[in-house]
Write a protein that binds this ligand. Structure first.
Ligand code: AMP
Ligand code: MG
Length: 418
């Protein structure tokens, strides 16, 4: 496992900005060094362990981009159209060894190799056939038109994918186009997930009248899996220092990250802090983020721990901004900064200076057709419905104190966050 020193997250200040916290974490965690080889069909979502240089050019050979008629340079009509007799027919997958006879044109199809010395293809829609059966080519087509030269997409030897790339379907397509069958990827990040709180019952178990079902654990595990992690579901820990400490101690060492939710505020019944301090070291950051605020970072036997707040929306938002970059850094992944898209606010809102806020919002088209963001009508950090009924988060930076309808704001879609 990636080992860390006990004091590596120490921080003296009272309130930490999101960027500071993320910078501190991602600079400190040790990337997983274990590499495994997976088949192409299993590569989606994995983090590439080594650069991939193109073993062949793409496309591998010069070919026609359209169904049409190929001509040699010397026969390209300049001022006037020309009627050329047919010589040959080249299909995709066929061969084109011999040059087209001078003064002739060859029938060619999309993806078929260009014959030697021919550099231009006329689209079939642009030609006509005269009474003698000759192909009449219009004047004025540029040399090289409708042809895809070998290597125009990616030249041979070009480093097309970098180590640390989290593979999406398009990256898998590229490696397949290179003819590769297996890829070296970073071992999956192993994450232990706990919920904390006496008020929680697991779905499927009896629920006392004063209990609610644990939802965070299932949300966090789903989010981790989407990031390619291998997740250990460790259930619910009671609000009691010793049993919390026991539970955490047992998984440290065999995981790359421990993730908890709840119990990190500074109330008397928030025991995560004391539990971690009894077996490792902990800093509790009051992060300048809403919803969110208290986020704990700790080290137990060299394994990093992140303690998220218990309120489901706070857990969601701090996961996106703290856990997601940490998981990427653990896998040695290239940073994937979240870039909010400018959109028109359809709401008024006031906020405190100096902290970043995420406003749950739904997208709609305004009367002029432009996209605008409508704020969810309520604000509670415990409202799961607010995450269900909205499309994403409007990000309001530290400097902003007021948003007026019509103003441009940055929007992060849930689809991009997960
Ligand atoms: P805490 O951070 O432990 O003070 O919890 C804050 C709020 O979040 C409380 O109302 C908890 O009941 C709620 N909460 C904590 N953990 C969970 C969980 N795993 N699922 C749903 N709600 C939770
Ligand atoms: Mg609690």
């Amino acid at each position: 496992m990636a080992q860390l020193s006990d004091d590596c997250f120490a921080f003296g200040g009272p309130m930490m900005s999101v960027d500071e916290a993320v910078g501190l974490i991602t600079a400190r965690v040790n990337a997983i060094a274990d590499i495994e080889t997976v088949a192409l069909v299993d590569a989606d979502g994995r983090v590439l362990a080594r650069d991939i240089a193109a073993p062949l050019p793409l496309p591998p050979f010069t070919n026609s981009a359209v169904d049409g008629y190929a001509v040699r340079d010397a026969d390209l009509p300049q001022q006037e159209e020309r009627a050329l007799p047919l010589d040959g027919r080249i299909q995709a997958g066929g061969s084109a060894q011999a040059p087209i006879k001078a003064g002739h044109t060859a029938r060619i199809f999309t993806g078929a190799p260009m014959p030697p010395e021919a550099e231009t293809v006329f689209m079939q829609e642009d030609v006509r056939i005269d009474d003698a059966g000759n192909i009449v080519l219009p004047a004025g087509l540029k040399r090289g038109a409708n042809v895809r030269p070998a290597g125009e997409d990616i030249p041979e030897g070009h480093v097309a994918l970098r180590a640390g790339q989290r593979l999406l379907p398009q990256h898998v397509a590229l490696t397949a186009a290179f003819g590769l069958t297996r890829l070296d990827v970073v071992r999956r990040t192993r994450v232990a997930v706990f919920s904390t709180g006496d008020e929680l019952a697991s779905p499927g178990e009896p629920r006392a009248p004063s209990q609610l079902y644990d939802s965070n654990r299932f949300m966090l595990m789903a989010m981790l899996r989407r990031l390619g992690c291998e997740v250990s579901d460790l259930g619910i820990l009671r609000d009691e220092r010793a049993s919390l400490a026991d539970g955490l101690k047992q998984v440290a060492g065999s995981h790359d990250l421990i993730l908890t939710s709840g119990g990190v505020s500074t109330g008397e019944e928030d025991h995560v802090k004391a539990a971690v301090e009894s077996i490792g070291s902990l800093v509790l950051w009051r992060m300048a983020i809403k919803p969110g605020r208290p986020v704990a970072m700790g080290i137990i036997d060299g394994t990093p721990l992140i303690g998220l707040p218990g309120n489901p929306v706070a857990s969601f938002v701090t996961f996106v901004h703290v856990v997601r970059p940490t998981v990427l850094a653990l896998a040695g992944g290239l940073p994937e900064p979240l870039l909010p898209i400018p959109i028109r606010a359809a709401f008024a809102y006031g906020k405190k200076i100096g902290r970043r806020e995420y406003v749950r919002a739904t997208l709609r088209r305004g009367e002029d057709g432009a996209l605008e963001a409508v704020k969810f009508p309520r604000e509670g950090a415990g409202l799961l419905s607010s995450l269900i009924e909205t499309d994403g988060l409007v990000e309001l930076g530290e400097d902003i104190t007021r948003v007026e309808p019509g103003q441009s704001v940055g929007f992060l879609s849930y689809a991009d966050l997960l």
